[in-house]
Design a protein around this ligand. Structure first.
Ligand code: RET
Length: 253
């Protein structure tokens, strides 16, 4: 499936990029970019596994996919999310550079909510297309999902005023990218319930998850990098001022 190859390439390429650019970021803001590298490295590995599992399960016959092999393992994707979703939330919180106690409280609450969201989604994901289990766990998983959105948009919204105007714009973009891409996941989850043909539903779900993953990991990482670089420029400025003063003193002497 071409899309999975594209996802593998996007994860691998962005991994290389984040590693190469890391040194351009001021050490005070580097952790967020390091986390981006870890996120796409984890996703790169899991996409290789997902790709293999897909090839073992489906064959392309007369223009459509037919499931004629081993069962397709959706577990790789959930293990990937279990690790990467808390990390993505952590890099967002870390790049903000809030007070230590606020950061700590946000990290703990967001991690718990993210783990609950993914863990509750899994039993529904592997349940039959029209089963109650699927609906019940989908609804249960949506509760922590809404809590995460509440924290990011209402709670964090209040701290945005303290960020530099340029950074604030980027952060706004980051939050809307998050909303737009994370919103795709519950929609893709519903594909098997609304599309009758099982293989078509499976393809729709995989396409949704894969596109959302590329936007939610590498593109999200790029925006975090832009914020870290903008903040790095602010860090460099005082040193330049010092240099300036020294030069002036030197010229005066
Ligand atoms: C599930 C189950 C149905 C209800 C909801 C879900 C939300 C999933 C989300 C996943 C985000 C994944 C990301 C991965 C990127 O690395 C589990 C599909 C609400 C929001 C951001």
């Amino acid at each position: 499936m071409m899309l999975k190859e594209a996802a593998i390439a996007a994860m691998g390429g962005s991994l290389l990029f984040f590693l190469l650019i890391r040194n351009r970021v001021h050490p005070a803001h580097r952790l967020a970019v390091t986390i981006s590298s870890i996120v796409v490295a984890i996703a790169f590995y899991h996409y290789l596994r997902i790709f293999d599992s897909w090839s073992d399960a489906f064959t392309f016959v007369d223009g459509t996919y037919v499931q004629d092999g081993l069962p397709f393992n959706e577990g790789y994707r959930y293990v990937d999310w279990l690790l990467t979703v808390p990390l993505l939330l952590a890099e967002l919180v870390i790049v903000l550079k809030l007070a230590k106690s606020t950061t700590r409280s946000l990290l703990i609450r967001l991690t718990i909510a993210a783990v609950a969201m993914i863990a509750l989604g899994y039993p529904g994901e592997i349940a039959a297309a029209d089963s109650t289990t699927r609906t019940v766990f989908g609804v249960l998983s949506t509760i922590p999902f809404i809590y995460i959105l509440y924290v990011l948009f209402v709670e964090l919204g209040r701290s945005l005023g303290r960020q530099q105007p340029g950074v604030r714009k980027l952060l706004d973009g980051l939050r809307y990218l998050l909303l737009a891409t994370w919103g795709v996941y519950p929609l893709a989850y519903m594909a098997p319930s609304v599309i009758n043909d099982a293989a078509t539903a499976e393809v729709a779900r995989q396409v949704g998850y894969s596109i959302a993953d590329v936007l939610a990991k590498p593109l999200f990482g790029l925006l975090v990098l832009a914020i870290a670089l903008a903040k790095s420029r602010d860090e460099v400025a005082p040193q330049d001022d010092d240099l300036h003063r020294e030069l002036e003193e030197f010229e005066d002497a």
